[in-house]
Design a protein around this ligand. Structure first.
Ligand SMILES: Nc1ncnc2c1ncn2[C@@H]1O[C@H](COP(=O)(O)OP(=O)(O)OP(=O)(O)O)[C@@H](O)[C@H]1O
Ligand SMILES: [Mg+2]
Length: 468
């Protein structure tokens, strides 16, 4: 069965509607839980917080302004917005409002910056969905995503001509963002299902072209919204560590969702433990791993992104290791190598924190001059490598060599317990989506296969540069 395209093997009629979020089949369960549980550090609970925020703030705190007021989205509005230039996002953009706790003015400036970007980005996505063949957009799953975008744009349009300059408005706007993040949480499995069902009407190349752009844009849009939400909780006006969806503001190295001193070795170790647990449940074997290289390396990056990528790469490496039966399990070796300091690296200036929050340990933010400008992480497995006829296809969305039989064999204990779950493989999105995350801030992933022996996967990431 190895090497078949997922879309050829799933016998889902093009017109079948699989209700997402309902456990109508194991596949539906796995897909629905994947987005929220594919990383070990609790994206599911963050989403719950976003939802809570949106609901809590839609009533009592904003008597004069219902944040989820919607405005009709007209064709003209979409055409106008989608003609406007989409600002390419850099990590420097996300830290430019200063170190938490943000002053109220800095928080307003973050809110207005966020507002200036999001409607244009959503309109670009709506337009891209409209450019798909009509029969594809009519698919119930793709249509659900299309409607989610329309809905989110309709909640932002009432804000479009406003400048956020008072605390009530900022709270209301943040709850619109929280709702936006929660609404789009399950986009990936829903789109995957939609394209699978529409495979008669759209070629794999067209799907890849669409998804590459769409999922990259989604990474940026979520980041912009999540950054403002995190800054909101760590601002002088709304300082509330217990409610914050990220370790900011209690963690001294965080600026919103960015950890300015992220230690990749720690993330690798925690993700490996998580993936080993899935393996142990599925195969009864827990592969070993070794982390070597410069373990103390720090760089400024978005931990959620690194967690996602490392988890996906380790799932592939562990799966290959375990499936290469008849051989003693060799450990997966992960090597961390910092990039050498680059005198040309961008210098990022970050303003000082607001002074009046004693609970925030702003003095603990150390100068970051010694941060690495980026890291390379090599994941080396002895899992038999990838055959040369399969190798060119591994970057295609939906390409997987995971077989139906294997999947049926390994039912998910976690899903059964109702607490969410995860699969080791099967959707065929792990590599292309990880590459999209890495590319987002100028990094990349390369796979080198020695067929019959194993794989070396190189993940290169650029940090935010020096933060002053
Ligand atoms: N380290 C590896 N060793 C052997 N084969 C690999 C390795 N990494 C990737 N592959 C091959 O590339 C294919 C695509 O990988 P990808 O991660 O995109 O999808 P998947 O693992 O099948 O499903 P999922 O969406 O759950 O990640 C895999 O099915 C596998 O055949
Ligand atoms: Mg995978």
């Amino acid at each position: 069965m190895r090497g078949l395209h997922r879309s050829l093997r799933l016998k889902v009629p093009a017109t079948t509607v699989i209700p997402v979020g309902q456990a109508s089949s194991r596949r539906a369960r796995l897909c629905a839980t994947r987005a929220s549980c594919s990383t070990p550090l609790g994206i599911a609970s963050r989403t719950a917080l976003y939802t809570t925020f949106a609901t809590a703030n839609s009533s009592s705190k904003t008597p004069n302004w219902n944040p989820l007021t919607t405005a009709p989205v007209t064709n003209g509005e979409i055409a106008d917005l989608s003609k406007q230039h989409q600002h390419p996002l850099s990590l420097a953009d996300l830290v430019k409002h200063g170190r938490p706790p943000l002053s109220t003015e800095a928080l307003f400036s973050s809110a207005n910056f966020t507002l200036s970007l999001l409607p244009i980005r959503l309109a670009h996505r709506i337009q891209a969905l409209r450019n798909l063949p009509f029969i594809v957009v009519s698919n119930p799953n793709i249509n659900k995503i299309y409607n989610n975008y329309l809905h989110s744009l309709s909640t932002l349009l009432p804000w479009k001509h406003r400048t956020i300059s008072n605390v009530q408005d900022e709270i209301a706007f943040t709850s619109v963002l929280a709702e936006l993040v929660a609404t789009h949480q399950d986009t990936i499995p829903i789109l995957a299902k939609g394209f699978l069902e529409s495979r008669k009407y759209i070629s794999p190349e067209q799907v890849t072209e669409f998804l590459d752009k769409h999922l990259r844009a989604r990474i940026g849009t979520r980041l912009i919204a999540e950054q403002h939400i995190a800054l909101h909780y760590s601002s002088a006006a709304h300082f509330d560590p217990s409610a914050s969806p990220t370790p900011c503001p209690e963690h001294p190295h965080y600026i919103g969702v960015i950890n300015t001193a992220l230690c990749p070795a720690q993330i690798v170790d925690s993700c490996a433990g998580y993936v080993a647990e899935i393996c142990e449940y599925k195969y009864g074997i827990r592969p070993k791993w070794i982390i070597e290289g410069e373990l103390e390396t720090n760089f400024a990056y978005v931990p959620m992104h690194l967690e996602y990528i490392i988890t996906e790469l380790l799932k592939n490496a562990f799966r290959a290791t375990v499936e290469e039966r008849g051989r003693t399990l060799e450990p997966v070796v992960i090597t961390i190598a910092p990039q050498r300091p680059d005198t040309e690296a961008p210098q990022v200036k970050v303003g000082p924190p607001a002074e009046d929050k004693g609970a925030f340990r702003s003095e603990a933010i150390k100068p970051l001059d010694d941060n690495a400008p980026g890291v390379t992480i090599r994941i080396r497995d002895r899992g038999g490598g990838i055959a040369s006829d399969i190798l060119p296809r591994i970057w295609g969305y939906s390409f997987t060599t995971f077989s139906e039989e294997e999947e049926l064999f390994g039912t998910s204990m976690l899903s059964g317990a109702g607490g969410g779950g995860s699969s080791l493989a099967g959707l065929g999105y792990g590599l292309p989506l990880s590459r999209a995350y890495a590319n987002y801030f100028g990094g990349d992933i390369a796979v080198q296969s020695l067929h019959g022996w194993g794989c070396d996967v190189y993940l290169k990431l650029k940090g935010v540069g020096k933060i002053h």
